[in-house]
Design a protein around this ligand. Structure first.
Ligand SMILES: NC(=O)c1ccc[n+]([C@@H]2O[C@H](COP(=O)([O-])OP(=O)(O)OC[C@H]3O[C@@H](n4cnc5c(N)ncnc54)[C@H](O)[C@@H]3O)[C@@H](O)[C@H]2O)c1
Ligand SMILES: [Zn+2]
Length: 349
């Protein structure tokens, strides 16, 4: 089944058993004969052979490039090293890139595809729930620098996204759960029906849920392709405080989705005060986060001051003015400029 993505429209295939047919699907959309499959040290041993075999049987020549697993690999140096490897291996304009992995591989491989010979096609095969419902959609690619995350990058949409739910079976539980933070976020900002259905979600049959989340993110992005008008900003619900918590924990204490879970709770408390969110709805959100084992309270000894120190660097604090995403009720969200630092302090406390 195909889900039409944002303009420029590209298909996101969601289903079971798709990896072994990746070559066939790619062949329908990509004419280039050579492919760099970029993956990481955890995923390559699990999946790379199957993807490469499938590419070979569809007539592609592929080269596997494996990076160390983890956020530390998302650097300009790593992107440069991959480009050099591709040049040494004889890749040219008639090549394309497949990112086989989580958000780290997706962002890095997409960035390589954006800059190699000024842009070659990118195919995403996301292998984490977070990457399927979030990072593989929208075309944002990039790397981190010493000064912060995702500061260098490009918008480069994939030509195809292949979400094979079978690959999620090997995903560690914590990684799986963190994907639900973004799913719950999508529900809060734009889909009350999905929110209600989430408490009975069938974990054995995730394709419909993933498809729905791809649609939600694509729809929001289609309204604000280049991230300029502010519509896309509602996707940052829970992220202002969430990012600051991530940074305050030196990116060690919490996974992204876990920090976002906490950020969502803070954003709900701000929303009660500034947007009229009902306390019952806020409590329903907290219950749902708990159901997926996401934290909803900061540990007592967590350095709270560091959260606020981390805040002014956040992209959303444009020119010192806080623009905060609030939800007046589940299924809806908007930007508010009424929110003060004091509101955020109260929510964090
Ligand atoms: N481009 C965007 O719009 C966007 C949006 C959200 C997040 N991101 C980025 O995504 C990244 C986080 O993505 P992530 O959470 O997927 O992290 P990740 O890519 O580091 O993957 C998490 C861990 O799971 C392992 N793994 C992945 N798939 C597996 C599988 N199927 N089986 C076993 N292990 C597996 C990985 O090797 C890694 O150790 C961050 O860099 C973030 O900035 C980008
Ligand atoms: Zn996020």
């Amino acid at each position: 089944m195909e889900t039409r993505g944002a303009a420029p429209s590209y298909p996101a295939l969601v289903g079971s058993g798709l990896v072994v047919n990746a070559g066939q699907e790619v062949a329908k959309r990509v004419r280039c004969p050579r492919c760099a499959v970029i993956s990481d040290t955890n995923i390559a041993p699990l999946l790379a052979d199957r993807v490469k075999q499938s590419l070979t049987s569809s007539g592609f020549r592929s080269t596997l490039i494996t990076i160390s697993a983890g956020e530390k690999s998302k650097t300009l140096e790593q992107a440069g090293a991959i480009c050099d490897q591709m040049i040494d291996a004889g890749f040219d304009r008639q090549s394309f890139v497949i990112g086989l992995g989580g958000g780290v591989v997706g962002d890095l491989s997409g960035f390589v595809a954006a800059i190699f010979h000024r842009g070659i096609p990118h195919v995403q095969i996301p292998t984490t729930l977070l990457a399927m419902v979030d990072s593989s959609i929208g075309g944002k690619t990039g790397v981190n620098t010493a000064a912060g995350k995702n500061l260098i990058g490009a918008i480069h949409h994939p030509v195809l996204v292949i979400d094979d739910v079978d690959v999620l079976k090997t995903l560690p539980q914590r990684e799986f759960n963190q994907g639900f933070a973004e799913i719950i976020k999508h529900a809060i900002i734009s889909d009350a029906e999905m929110f209600a259905a989430l408490k009975d979600v069938d974990l054995e049959n995730l394709a419909p849920l993933i498809r729905r989340n791809v649609e939600i993110k694509s729809r929001i992005i289609a309204k604000d392709e280049s991230d300029r008008t502010g519509e896309r900003a509602i996707l940052n619900f829970g992220h202002t405080v969430g990012h600051a918590i991530e940074r305050a924990g030196d990116y060690q204490e919490f996974l992204h989705g876990e920090a976002i879970g906490l950020g969502i709770v803070a954003a709900c408390d701000v929303s009660i005060k500034r947007a009229g969110l009902l306390r019952d709805q806020r409590n329903g959100i907290v219950d749902l986060l708990r159901r997926f084992e996401l934290p909803t309270h900061l540990p007592p000894n967590f350095p709270r001051e560091k959260i606020f120190e981390a805040m002014p660097f956040d992209k959303k604090f444009e020119s010192g003015e806080v623009r905060f995403v609030v939800t007046p009720r589940i299924g809806s969200a908007h930007l508010s400029s009424d929110v003060t630092m004091e509101d955020i302090r109260e929510a964090v406390d």
